[in-house]
Design a protein around this ligand. Structure first.
Ligand code: F6P
Length: 322
């Protein structure tokens, strides 16, 4: 039986530690020897690969981030460093590698997979951006949304007390998913995301009417992709005569105690990844769609733009109209 390893790559997410715990427990249950690769692809190149056991995962399930570290590796883009990484895996008789990460991490995984026949790879979508094509859900999204919800609920308290507008910027890279779901579920009055055109003129008309009716504050959620947070804050002052404050949520969205949903999803993702590897599939990504898990080839997931569902977008289109 070949040995099995796991690594985290790219932005960390809450739920990675739950995945590491499941990885150790389930691979041992299947009679394999589990290994941790520390610091993502960087650690794979530098041979930071160590045997993992129950004691390494005790007590980590409730912690955000990843106890084995992560990285964005530019060296891994170069073939010579990938050859070094393969040499390190071969030296430890590692025949299976599980990669937790996003689109870019899977592209790296595909490149490594193309360079060898005797190691199989399985990816687990893990990014708060929820921007991976082929899967409706990526690990960490629920926790990030709950952190945002908590923050917006708190900001609403002070916004309403002071009669101010707040412009809250969420992460998501090029994708507006986090901003849209956060705005909807926090009852924000404005939501701006790259996937939907918006008309500030129409917002102005509606907001002025609401102010006439006694409205004293507004909450706007804007996606970092639009890079217009300051512009919107200035707009509140110049167009509505309302004082505005900016709140860039930043990396707080990536941390925190993982939700029950993310802990459970971590368990399922890892179970499917290991089962898929043992079934002999060479390079796959475990996806979650329509309430169930499905296994896709890397090229069906990476190298393609992701899309927010039409159902969510249609809710987003209502913004600015009332
Ligand atoms: O991909 C996750 C993410 O948090 C994005 O939402 C954000 O744009 C980016 O990573 C931030 O990257 P870094 O942690 O390198 O600043």
């Amino acid at each position: 039986m070949k040995n099995i390893a796991i690594l985290c790559s790219g932005g960390d997410v809450s739920g990675m530690n739950a995945a590491l715990k499941r990885f150790v427990e389930y691979s041992k249950l299947k009679g394999m020897l589990p290994y941790f690769v520390y610091n993502g692809y960087e650690g794979l190149i530098d041979n930071k690969i160590k045997k993992a056991d129950y004691c390494d995962v005790a007590g980590i399930i409730s912690r955000g981030g990843t106890s084995i570290g992560t990285s964005r590796s530019s060296r891994f883009m170069e073939e010579t460093f990938r050859e070094q990484a393969l040499k390190n895996l071969h030296a430890l008789n590692i025949g299976y590698l599980v990669v937790l990460g996003g689109d870019g991490s899977f592209r790296g995984m595909q490149k490594l997979s193309d360079m060898c026949d005797d190691i199989s790879f399985s990816g687990i979508p893990s990014t708060i951006d929820n921007d991976i094509a082929g899967t409706e859900y990526a690990l960490g999204v629920d926790t990030a949304l709950n952190v945002i919800k908590f923050s917006i609920d708190a900001i609403r308290d002070t916004a309403s007390s002071f009669g101010r507008a707040f412009v809250i910027e969420t992460m998501g890279r090029e994708c507006g998913y986090l901003a849209l779901v956060a705005a909807l579920t926090s009852g924000a009055e404005m939501c701006l995301i790259p996937e939907l055109p918006y008309d500030l003129g129409s917002y102005k008309k509606n907001f002025l009417k609401q102010m006439d009716d006694g409205r004293e504050y507004f909450i706007s959620v804007v996606s970092e992709a639009l890079n217009n947070t300051e512009e919107i804050a200035t707009w509140y002052k110049s167009e509505l005569g309302m004082e505005a404050r900016i709140m860039v949520l930043g990396h707080i969205q990536r941390g925190g105690n993982p939700t029950v949903h993310d802990r459970l999803m971590a368990f399922h993702f890892v179970t499917h990844a290991i089962d898929t590897l043992l079934e002999g599939k060479k390079s796959t990504v475990i996806c979650y769609n329509d309430g169930g898990f499905d296994i896709k080839k890397i090229e069906e997931v990476s190298f393609r733009g992701s899309k927010i569902s039409e159902e969510l977008l249609s809710l987003g289109r209502e913004y600015g109209s009332h």
